[in-house]
Design a protein around this ligand. Structure first.
Ligand code: FAS
Ligand code: PHB
Length: 389
């Protein structure tokens, strides 16, 4: 089989990219290891920046997002004594939209057939070949048969554990990583949210986040030691811990109920450079990971896709080789700023085992400064709604 662009991975990055390339008249095929149902079963991001909403609008796939997404004008930082509201709408003129990654992926999947976006699910043993040539290709197995897909470019949208970035020679690679000494235990429940806006809490017992998916479905998190197992966290224990960490006001508004999903995710900051090598470009988690504290992961995948579509459309329309050559630097410039914001908010809102009284005093002083400074709140707000492309 032959196409112009081979996309590996049908998560949000791969599907967004596939649809946008089709809209630009660029032929592409998406190869996905899992089934569509499995991809949709993964509960992940919940907050969309304007960049991500804008790409769905550009595709004309934002009907459900407009109807069901919750536009949020602010969010809150809690420290056990007070709630510091960051009024992102007043400070930046922009907002964020609460609309689960699962819903974004579903909207993109549902549109694939009618828009002739070819997505091959259950594509096993995907391997990349000749990525330094102008004629790279991908081999894979499907329904027990070996397959080959020839393309002009291969785009790795295969997440943190995919094969794409590993196809780049080690001599060309620079990696940066910070693994955090805790994970996030997340719970999804069909109960109304405790607050109409998100609350990030730094409590003596640890971090908590109150988020939501709709007016009737809530998403909460507490940070736990990496040694914890989900079996050790019955629902009641999670609800009790959330009520303590989020504080009495939020606890008073909290409705408990049975979890419909709960899991523990590790946290890391990770950047892989370069995001292009020869005819291979990387988008999303295949090239970078952020701790979910800043709600940047999914949105960074969207900005990578924006730059990749710009570069590929330029190449196929005008043979603009500079656009392809400039992709990595352009995408990384925004990646690093989001890495910094996610790392700094993680540092501010979590208790680190190695921290002593001085580090705790720094957190208190920074929260005091944020509570009293419009400039400090504006800085947080412009990062939270998403920096310009
Ligand atoms: P994805 O990982 O979503 O998609 C990659 C796709 O490639 C998958 O479908 C995978 O099956 C496929 N693939 C992998 N290997 C393959 C192979 N060999 N062949 C073919 N296909 C292959 N971000 C937030 O903003 N907020 C959050 O709360 C949040 N929570 C998260 C919780 C968890 C447990 C994880 C892992 C991530 C979380 N993230 C969160 C980040 C997450 O939302 C990512 O940023 C987002 O999924 C990035 O999308 P993709 O780059 O498309 O990668
Ligand atoms: C979520 O709703 O899943 C969510 C929201 C904000 C974050 C992380 C996760 O920072």
């Amino acid at each position: 089989m032959k196409t112009q662009v081979a996309i590996i991975g049908a998560g949000p990055a791969g599907l967004l990219l596939g649809h946008l390339l089709r809209a630009e008249g660029v032929d592409c095929v998406v190869l996905e290891r899992q089934t569509g149902d499995y991809v949709l079963s993964r509960i992940r991001a919940g907050v969309l920046e304007g960049v991500t909403v804008g790409l769905m609008r550009r595709l004309g796939l934002d009907a459900r997002l407009k109807a069901e997404g919750l536009v949020e004008e602010g969010f809150n930082l809690a420290d056990g004594e007070r709630l510091i509201r960051i009024d992102v709408a007043a400070l930046t003129g922009r907002t964020v939209t609460v609309y689960g990654q699962t819903e974004v992926t579903k909207d993109l999947m549902d549109a694939a057939q009618e828009r002739q976006l070819q997505v091959i699910y259950e594509a096993g043993d995907v391997a990349l070949h000749d990525i330094e040539s102008d004629a790279p290709f991908v081999t894979y197995s499907h329904q027990g048969n070996p397959q080959r897909l020839d393309a002009r470019f291969i785009i790795g949208c295969d997440g943190f554990h995919g094969p794409s970035r590993k196809a780049i020679p080690a001599s060309a690679v620079r990696e940066y990583e910070r693994v955090y000494p805790f994970g996030w235990l997340g719970i999804l429940a069909d109960v109304p949210p405790c607050n109409h806006e998100l609350i990030y809490a730094n409590h003596a017992r640890g971090f908590a986040l109150a988020s939501m998916r709709s007016h009737t479905r809530s998403r909460y998190y507490v940070d736990v030691p990496l040694s914890e197992r989900i079996e050790d966290w019955p629902d009641d224990r999670i609800w009790d811990e959330l009520a303590i960490r989020l504080g009495p006001e939020a606890a008073a508004g909290m409705t408990r109920g049975p979890s419909i999903e709960k899991s523990i995710a590790p946290l890391r900051s990770y950047v892989f450079e370069p995001m292009r090598h020869g005819s291979l470009l990387l988008c999303g988690d295949s090239a970078h990971i952020v701790p979910p504290t800043g709600a940047k992961g999914l949105n960074l995948a969207a900005s990578d896709v924006h730059y990749a579509v710009e570069a590929l459309a330029g190449w196929f329309r005008h043979h603009d080789a500079d656009a392809i050559a400039g992709y990595s630097a352009k995408a990384l410039a925004r990646v690093w700023k989001s890495e910094r914001f996610s790392w700094s908010l993680t540092r501010l809102m979590h208790r680190f085992p190695e921290d002593g009284p001085f580090e705790r005093a720094m957190q208190v002083a920074e929260l005091d400064y944020i509570a009293s400074s419009r400039a400090a709140q504006t800085s947080i707000a412009e990062n939270y709604v998403g920096l310009p492309l």
